[in-house]
Design a protein around this ligand. Sequence first.
Ligand SMILES: [Zn+2]
Ligand SMILES: [Zn+2]
Length: 350
Amino acid sequence: MSDPLPPAAALRRIAFLLERAREPTHRVAAFRTAAAVVDALGPDELDRRIRTRTLTDLRGIGPKTGAAIVQAHAGEVPEYLARLEEAHGELVPLADDVAEFRALLRGDLHVHSDWSDGGSPIREMAEAAIGLGHEYMALTDHSPRLTVANGLSPERLERQLDVVAALNEELAPFRILTGIECDINVDGSLDQTDELLGRLDVVVASVHSDLRADSAAMTERMLTAVADPHTDVLGHCTGRLLIPREQREGRRQRPRPESSFDAEAVFSACVEHGTAVEINSRPERLDPPLRLLNLAVDLGCEFAVDTDAHAPGQLDWQGNGCERAVECGVPAERVVNTRTVEDLLAWTAG
Ligand SMILES: [Zn+2]
Ligand SMILES: [Zn+2]
């Protein structure tokens, strides 16, 4: 990208590239906040602020963001952005077979917004997905029990469905699929009302609690969830974390091992009940581990290669999952998000 962008778009592009460069989230957030401030100002007030050099008097705009705004407003590529483009604008090229595999993906079935623990509004996530050439994105914010991640109560999920419907009118032909990343309760039931689960396009079911339960209990719990007629995708099945990660409010989560369960039984149940096994592309998850991914391939599972993105730049991460899929010989026709939106919805409804 070398064309100058309007100020707010330039700030968002900077945030996107900072994310890709794995810069700390507060730095990324500063640019997104500044973009929102510029959006709210309107063009005349922005002109006036720049003329009178009072941009940085505004809450949410500092010297760095202010300089980028002034340069973008003058029709230039901000220096800061130009440097980032040079270092991080091009993706590290994927191997040919991985790139080919990735090109077959039409969407992502596991994406969070700022309605739960994501960092960006639904629209920004959708626009980033459109930018990647995707045709659809399932919005899968967390369920009520996951209070640390601001999980959605039934009432909030109802409201989100209206917001998504309105956005879909605007963004067509792109489609935001309604969805949820639903906690699997300890007894294997799903953490949302039956009625709402029935109305959603895509249900990703994941274990987020009692990860150290004994194998028999965990297996029972997962078998129940996989057999639930609402479940479409089994999210990050082992729950492992390979590297520490930052959480909301500056908490750091330490690495943790896989939870133990009878993978052969769980994956066989996935085949039986038409539940796809997620290939989670987050660098700290990369779940399932390769040995389990190979097992799932052998048993005949279907898969969803998902990013579990909590910010727009993370929608890029699908390449990680594709690399692992190719390494384990996952046939593309068994990846549900290579399907058209019609075929995908026919599958989730079935
Ligand atoms: Zn999760
Ligand atoms: Zn998630």
